[in-house]
Design a protein around this ligand. Structure first.
Ligand code: CP3
Length: 346
């Protein structure tokens, strides 16, 4: 059944629970590491044939219910003239971080067709190879993109980002508006190129209080989801550390909310009034333990869904590079088998 994932996004009944993994195309795959010996990460993103090949790697290995296009969070920022490199084991490092309202002023909003043309070509190539399996496009959310631009790299507490927000609220909103516009254009281009769904990664938004999320982020997220609604594809909003933010994130208007592993799935779904589909939320570190542990944690999640329509099985964050691909293969089959039987009981 190839529409399992899309049906679950819209909370429709499926034969069994769909499964895919954040970062399913990446370093835990030996065939990916082999390519990385020859090319840098951003170089891979700039070659449509290579990006397409990597996107398909997990699809060839596992019975996953969706592919996610291979790109990076920083990919669309190249068109904004942002100079950066992605350092192995660290993440994106920005050459000239945004430190003043003046820096925000100077940041251009790129034209639609200037944003990541190689990614759009990769999407077209992948679509021809998927035999109807859905392809997920993605973008970083404005806050998470802003956090890299302001910090200049990864951060533990995002103090500089929060300080910028409080010290320069007007410039902050300008920055968020520019990033929102760029993300809307980038997402639109991906759907026009063939993406069947999109995920917005607000990976680091959990560093904000609900009050500050409301004031500094939510209006832009509402705008983002309002503007992409006419695309008529399901939109997944994911973040980590979002336990206190979930009801606000729901107000932004996505069809699906992605949960990290820190929240019990049923309690989080309840906090969302069961009004959206949920995706998640196995701790990626569990996959480094014995199969019996993986099975126990997976069953715990599946029991919490109570077989309700609208659950997409995933991890609570990206697959860790040390993960054994054979455990991943076994997990996909296990989720399909158990949930197929669960449905038989009803
Ligand atoms: O999910 C997928 O399989 C699609 C590909 C994908 C990549 N990055 C490729 C990549 C996706 C969806 C991303 C999103 C991304 N990139 C996020 C949001 C998701 C999340 O994890 O919260 C973020 C924060 C980034 C920025 C980034 N890029 C980081 C923090 C890192 C890790 C640095 C490291 O080495 O640990 C990267 C590098 C990166 N992006 C890799 C891959 C496969 C691995 C590094 C490599 O190949 O050198």
């Amino acid at each position: 059944m190839t529409d399992r994932f899309l049906r679950a996004c819209y909370r429709q009944e499926t034969d069994c629970t769909p499964v895919w993994f954040m970062r399913q195309a990446g370093r835990y795959l030996p065939e990916y590491r082999r390519l990385r010996e020859r090319y840098g990460l951003m170089e891979l993103c700039r070659h449509p044939e290579l990006a397409a090949e990597i996107t398909l790697m997990p699809v060839h290995r596992f019975a996953v219910d969706a592919a996610i296009i291979f790109a990076d969070l920083m990919t669309p920022l190249e068109a904004m003239g942002v100079d950066f490199e992605v350092q192995e084991g660290v993440g994106p490092i920005i050459v000239h971080p945004i430190r003043s309202p003046d820096d925000v002023q100077k940041l251009p909003v790129p034209d639609d067709d200037a944003i990541a043309p190689a990614t759009m070509q990769a999407i077209q190539i992948v679509k021809g190879e998927l035999n109807g399996l859905p392809l997920i496009g993605f973008a970083g959310a404005p806050f998470t993109l802003a956090s890299y631009l302001v910090e200049g790299g990864p951060s533990r507490d995002f103090a500089q980002t929060r300080a910028f927000m409080f010290r320069h609220p007007k410039a902050w909103h300008q920055l968020m508006a520019k990033l929102t516009e760029t993300v809307v254009r980038y997402i639109t281009a991906q759907v026009q190129a063939g993406a069947d769904a999109v995920q917005i990664f607000d990976s680091w938004v959990g560093c904000l209080s609900p009050t500050d999320y409301c004031e500094f982020v939510l209006p832009h997220m509402c705008q983002l989801f309002e503007r992409t609604a006419p695309l008529r594809v399901p939109r997944i909003l994911f973040g980590t550390g979002t336990a206190t933010l979930l009801p606000l994130m729901r107000q932004a208007g996505s069809e699906v909310i992605g949960l990290d592993w820190r929240v019990p799935l049923d309690e989080a779904w309840q906090a969302l009034d069961f009004a959206v589909a949920v995706q998640g939320n196995l701790d990626p570190a569990v996959l480094l333990a014995d199969w019996a542990v993986v099975e126990r944690h997976t069953m715990n999640i599946l029991r919490r869904t109570k077989g309700k329509a609208g659950h997409i099985f995933n991890l609570g964050h990206g697959i860790l590079p040390q993960t054994d691909p054979s455990i991943v293969a076994r997990l996909v089959d296990f989720v399909h088998e158990v949930t197929d039987r669960q449905r038989g009981w009803r």
